[in-house]
Structures are given as structure tokens and as C-alpha cells.
Design a protein. Structure first.
Length: 92
């Protein structure tokens, strides 16, 4: 699975099922849009946050570790850094 920051789609919406769209929904739950507020400014903010978070995860993957217990009858665990697939929506 690839973690997707999202991007602006035709019509100004954010990519469905992207991190940016999820952040936008969470922000709207906490701070609803004003009556005459243009959502584009907020969408730029949430897209920047999503891109920044995913770029940071990708660039610091060595800081993340996955520990898997030995369930095959042995003892101990196995630990390694994961691979993180990131799609920044065309942004480098």
C-alpha cells in the first residue's frame, strides 16, 4: 500500500482517500467552514501538512521499527525498519 498525500483534483477537491482529504474532514469536524469561507485556503493548508508528514516519514524511515514476535514455537522477536511507499501527488 502507498501512503498518498493527495493533490487538487479538477474542481478543487482533494484526492479521495488521501491523507489530505482525511485531515480536511478532521479539521471540518473541529472547525466548520464559515458561511462565506472559501475552502481552498484550508485545502492548501491540509495538503501541505499531509505532504510534510509523509515526506518526513519517508526521509526518516530508519527511525521507525517493526517488532514481530516469534510465533513459530521459538523465543524472541525480529525487528527491522519498514519500507514506506509515499506518493506526494506530483510534488517532490
Amino acid at each position: 500500500m502507498t501512503l498518498r498525500s493527495g493533490k487538487f483534483e479538477p474542481g478543487g477537491a482533494l484526492t479521495p482517500n488521501s491523507m489530505a482529504q482525511t485531515i480536511e474532514r478532521a479539521l471540518e469536524d473541529l472547525v466548520p467552514l464559515g458561511v462565506n469561507e472559501d475552502p481552498i485556503g484550508r485545502r492548501k493548508l491540509v495538503l501541505a501538512i499531509a505532504r510534510g508528514v509523509l515526506e518526513h516519514l519517508r526521509d526518516n524511515v530508519g527511525s521507525l521499527h517493526v517488532t514481530v514476535p516469534n510465533t513459530g514455537g521459538g523465543v524472541g522477536t525480529h525487528q527491522q525498519s519498514p519500507t514506506i511507499d509515499v506518493d506526494l501527488g506530483g510534488w517532490a
